[in-house]
Design a protein around this ligand. Structure first.
Ligand SMILES: CC(C)(COP(=O)(O)OP(=O)(O)OC[C@H]1O[C@@H](n2cnc3c(N)ncnc32)[C@H](O)[C@@H]1OP(=O)(O)O)[C@@H](O)C(=O)NCCC(=O)NCCS
Length: 195
């Protein structure tokens, strides 16, 4: 297995996986294609041969899957004009889970955001209707969040935007845990090239 930066050739596979496992809807394809067009789509992939078996993608700016104006203002207030990146998607193929691939992708993303000159990174951690948070521990390599907000029913309006949830369908009951990190707090150990 290898890790490398995503390229434009990977976009169709990433869109397919995103629509199947993260958020479905034509809106998602358009959003990713627009970000690529605007040179604002970065990420790291894990590959086995030609096949992508995991990825973590990021974008510059303050945005959520479903608009939340109050939270967007909160992130802007806390980051106070700094360069902010957000996690657009994290996924690892079912057959490869629980081997630390997500943690490695998170570590490499900390390094990538530093390279891009980012000051902050935030994530919208998916909270399943049963309360399970799939990335909760993997993200701990970024240290302690400087801002955190637990938002039940975070995705309830997704159908208004032409999106559906892979778990709940049109009537999404999932929540999100918003966590914002200062890139300066991510330890050098986590961002050095030697792992
Ligand atoms: C969330 C997701 C990306 C995690 O991927 P992963 O590669 O399995 O993540 P990791 O292996 O780094 O960590 C997962 C668990 O395995 C454990 N683990 C890590 N390395 C391990 C190893 N070598 N041996 C055994 N367990 C290990 C971790 O401690 C963690 O435990 P936890 O579930 O109790 O917290 C994956 O489950 C996924 O794609 N889910 C569906 C999409 C999704 O929910 N995306 C997140 C949107 S915010």
């Amino acid at each position: 297995m290898e890790y490398s930066r995503i390229t434009s050739d990977d976009i169709p596979q990433i869109i397919d996986y995103t629509q199947k496992y993260l958020t479905n809807g034509e809106e998602i394809r358009e959003e990713i294609e627009l970000s690529v067009f605007e040179n604002n789509y970065y990420g790291t992939k894990a590959t086995e041969g030609e096949k992508i078996i995991g990825f973590l993608t990021i974008k510059r700016g303050v945005q959520f899957t479903v608009p939340h104006p109050y939270l967007e203002r909160e992130i802007r207030r806390v980051t106070n004009g700094g360069h902010v990146y957000y996690v657009d998607g994290i996924w690892v193929s079912e057959d490869y889970r629980h081997h630390g691939i997500c943690s490695s992708l998170v570590t490499k993303t900390g390094r990538l955001v530093k390279e891009l000159g980012g000051d902050y990174i935030f994530i919208e951690e998916w909270v399943y209707p049963n309360g399970h948070i799939p990335v909760k521990d993997a993200i701990s390599v970024w240290g302690n969040p400087i801002y955190e907000k637990d938002v039940p029913l975070f995705y309830k309006d997704m159908k208004k935007y032409g999106m559906t949830c892979p778990i709940c369908g049109k009537d999404c009951k999932c929540g999100a845990l918003i966590r914002l990190y200062s890139v300066g707090d991510i330890s050098e150990e986590e961002t050095s090239e030697d792992e």
